[in-house]
Design a binder for this molecule. Structure first.
Ligand SMILES: *Cc1c(COP(=O)(O)O)cnc(C)c1O
Length: 367
């Protein structure tokens, strides 16, 4: 349905067809299929529930999607495409699980690794000429820096060089990396796609059939398959993603402006703030500024912990992308030691913005 706007597509696409069909995608818990059809065994041939999830996400991103058991399983499948002894370019500010995976592979001699700053466009352009995989996370986690995707994807590339974009924070509603020349778009569907903090799943999207075939092979051999219930919940989550994300983004802008003006806050970090170093490129590259706001408190890490504990509406826990607002001191997570010790990453949900601001007001007053 290429003529539909994304919010209409998400509601209407990938439904069963024909008179008497169920309106909704069926939850199909199934490992094997009767002989003679197009599917034999689900780990190899997928299930109707995964197929609906893949149709929805692939349609939004303009490619073919492959669903995985988690975002990390999807990241692992991308790194699995790197030839033995290859070179991987990775941002310094990136999801720590991906860093761990890449560092572990380097320690085992599978590839070598070079790190770059997300916003250092020239470094990525140069890396395209020398590396086998550019892994780009934009906006980045948790500093929300942006890479200039259009410029990087237009660079002269070494033969076989793949450009993969972790699109989790932007979602396909704000950014479609394949449209600007990236080869791969990756999601932790655990976050905004699922949207309710009740599942783990991952997605990869690519347009080139050889890349898609490589992902399906890795999923099959690694057994990195999504659960039936998780895929079904992710489809259900996608039906409301546009309205959830619109509300969360509007709330995030309001919360970011509140935090920026607060005397106990040293720095509020949000691409929608004019003060953000990547605001200009965010305005040009993204269709919205997202719903994650980071802020650095005046004071030490203990002060930040106290604010997280004092919040009543905003839950003190890790992860992001749910309908409920959550926050945590990011340096408390392993692999995030370089993050400022009093930085709090806040995932803004769909509550009333007034209530969120009031909760932050009282939590900051107490700390
Ligand atoms: C959560 C996350 C991942 C990992 O996804 P899981 O579903 O937890 O395996 C990767 N990248 C980003 C940006 C994330 O937020």
């Amino acid at each position: 349905m290429p003529d539909l706007k994304p919010e209409s597509y998400l509601v209407s696409a990938a439904r069963p067809e024909g008179a008497g069909a169920a309106l909704n995608v069926p939850l199909v818990p199934c490992s094997t299929f009767l002989n003679g059809g197009e599917r034999n065994y689900s780990r190899e041939d997928s299930t109707p529930t995964w197929a609906a999830l893949e149709e929805l996400v692939g349609g939004l991103e303009g490619g073919e999607a492959v669903a995985f058991s988690s975002g990390m399983a999807a990241a692992d499948a991308v790194l699995d495409q790197v030839p033995g002894g290859g070179r991987i370019a990775l941002p310094r500010d990136v999801y720590p699980g991906v860093t761990g995976l890449a560092v572990q592979g380097e320690a085992k001699g599978r590839w070598t690794l070079d790190r770059f700053d997300t916003e250092d466009t020239q470094a990525w352009i140069d890396a395209a000429g020398t590396h086998d995989l550019l892994w780009i996370e934009t906006p980045s986690n948790p500093l929300l820096m942006l890479a200039d995707l259009r410029a990087i994807c237009a660079a002269e590339r070494r033969e076989g060089c793949l450009i993969a974009v972790d699109n989790t924070f932007a979602t396909p509603l704000n950014q479609r990396p394949l449209e600007v020349g990236a080869d791969i778009s990756m999601h932790s569907a655990t976050k905004y796609i699922g949207g309710h903090s009740d599942l783990l799943a991952g997605m990869l999207v690519a347009a080139r059939p050889d890349i898609v075939a490589g992902f399906k092979k890795t999923r099959m051999y690694h057994g990195a398959t999504p659960g039936a219930l998780e895929a079904w919940l992710a489809v259900r989550g996608l039906r409301t993603m546009a309205i959830r994300f619109a509300k969360a983004q509007a709330n995030a802008q309001r919360v970011a402006e509140f935090l920026e003006a607060h005397p106990k806050v040293e720095r509020a970090i949000f691409p929608g703030l004019v003060s953000h170093p990547c605001h200009a490129i965010a305005r040009e590259q993204l269709d919205g500024y997202g719903a994650v706001v980071s802020f650095v408190l005046k004071g030490d890490g203990e002060k930040a912990e106290a604010v997280c504990r004092a919040a009543r509406l905003i839950h003190h826990c890790t992860s992001l992308g749910g309908v409920e607002s959550t926050m945590e001191r990011r340096a408390a997570q392993s692999g995030q030691e370089a993050i400022p010790p009093s930085l709090i990453r806040l995932s803004v949900g769909i509550e009333s913005a007034d209530d969120l601001v009031a909760d932050l007001e009282q939590a900051l007053a107490g700390a």
